[in-house]
Structure formats: C-alpha cells, structure tokens
Design a binder for this molecule. Sequence first.
Ligand code: ATP
Ligand code: MG
Length: 275
Amino acid sequence: MVNHKPIQVVAVSGGKGGVGKTSVAVNMGASLAQMGKEVFLFDADFGLSNVDVVLGLKPKFTIANVIENECTLEDIVIKGPFGLNIVPGSSGIQSLVQMQPQNYAGLIYAFNSLMGKLDTLIIDTAAGISDSVVRFALASQEIIIVVCDEPASIADSYALMKLLHKSYGVSRFRIVVNMSSSLYEAKKLFAKLTNVTDKFLNVVLHFLGWIPEEELVRKAIKQQRAVVEAYPSCKASQCFRHLAQGLVSLPPPKAGSGHVQFFIEQLINSPIVVQ
Ligand SMILES: Nc1ncnc2c1ncn2[C@@H]1O[C@H](COP(=O)(O)OP(=O)(O)OP(=O)(O)O)[C@@H](O)[C@H]1O
Ligand SMILES: [Mg+2]
C-alpha cells in the first residue's frame, strides 16, 4: 500500500438547526482551498439548505450512486469556490451509516482513490443528534461545534457534547461562535458554555474562532456564493479565513487515524446506543 500523507477529518456540527454549520463548512473549506490545500467537503446533510443549494450547484450524482456502485467518487465530485471539492450527499447518507461491513469495501476503495490528493475532509452534518450526526462526529478527528447566542443553540450544543462525551468518550471540542456582534461577545458566550461543561462534563473546549452576524453573509447565500469569494474583504470573510488558519495550525492527526480508510471504518463500525 502506498504511504500517503495523513488527512485531517473535521466534522462541523452544533445540534441546533440554522446556526451556520453549512456556512462555516463552506467558507472555511473555500478559505483552505484558497490557501492551496486540497479540501473535500462532504455534504452529510440532505435537508433543505445543503451545500449544493447554498452554492447554486446542481449535482448529477450523489454519494448514493457511489454506494450503489453506479459511479466512482471522482464522478460525483463538483468544484466549488477556489477549487473546493464538494461531495454531494443525498438520502444515501442514511444507507451509508447503516451499511453492513460486506458492502462498504467499495466505498473504502472509492475514498482511497482520493488519498494522496487530500489534505482536509470537512463533513457538514445535519442538525440534531441523530445516529448519522453522531457517527460522522465520531469518525472525525476534530469536532467543530457551531453555536450562537440563543438559549436553544446553547442547550442543543451542550446536549450534543454531553451525548458524545458520556456515551462515546469524546473529550475535546472546537467551538465556533457564529452570528456574534464582536470577539468580546463571542468570548463571553464561549465562557458561558465552558462554565456549564466544566461543571457537568469532563471535556475541554477550545475557542477556534468567531464570525460576525453580517448582512453580506446573507447576501452571498442569496446569490448562492461563498462569502469569502463574493465579498473577500468583509469582516465575516476575514473571520472565516482566520478559522481556516486555526485548523491548519492544529496538531496533525494521530498515527493511524489520518487515513480515509480509518474514517470509513469508524463511520460504519461505531456502536450507536439508542437514546
Ligand atoms: N454570520 C452570519 N451572518 C448573517 N447571517 C448568517 C450568518 N451565518 C448564518 N446566517 C444565516 O443563517 C442561515 C442558516 O445558515 P446555515 O444554512 O449555514 O445554517 P445550518 O446550521 O447549516 O442550518 P441547517 O441546520 O438547516 O443545516 C443562513 O441562510 C443565513 O441567512
Ligand atoms: Mg446546514
């Protein structure tokens, strides 16, 4: 087997719907691509505002076609801003997380074909704490929790971290505060969250960054473009690039875990407890 460079697998999650998971995944991914990284964004949500809709792309095939052996992963990848590679999801994601071991060899093979080309795999997860969200989070080396200053967002992100910690032993989360008015306010929200987790969970939260609430973010979404490409000099774009730099400076994946094969195996084999 060829010895490939390790890849970083990052899940973007958060519990609550509409907090900006897809915006963070897309703009952080595009910023990494702009920095010269080879990035794949795996759309593991098949709700309404998924990655292809946000970026105005119309995928012909999705991961479901790969699972069904109808085409290769390379056939379904579409190019996004700055050459960001997008792997379109679909309801095939459901079959992906429920797949039997005898059926996933083809998928490992498909993902392995990307090895050597790939620096970062970003997973945009759905809202909530479904099996699928938990599995993608567990298969990733880094879990980003997107939170905004709303009681429901704080409660849902706490619930997600609690589940991942208590049932699966996850002990580290990277926090992104979205739709904040300033770094100061974002840090205040981060402190609020840390206060709660310090009291009840044995986890470490790291502040990865913040994104301001900005009209240009909404405008870019309406134009179906990434804000970092459409309005590169606005404050939100600067903050998205800052997030990307933060990701790049994280320690490399532990030996053995920085492989696509490891990711797929984790995804399929992680035991799920019924809540
Ligand atoms: N920083 C921001 N400034 C202004 N508006 C924002 C910002 N981030 C997100 N939004 C708004 O919130 C909406 C939801 O964002 P997004 O789709 O990224 O959230 P999500 O968490 O992925 O949602 P879902 O749970 O439905 O997948 C966007 O359409 C946009 O209008
Ligand atoms: Mg989303």
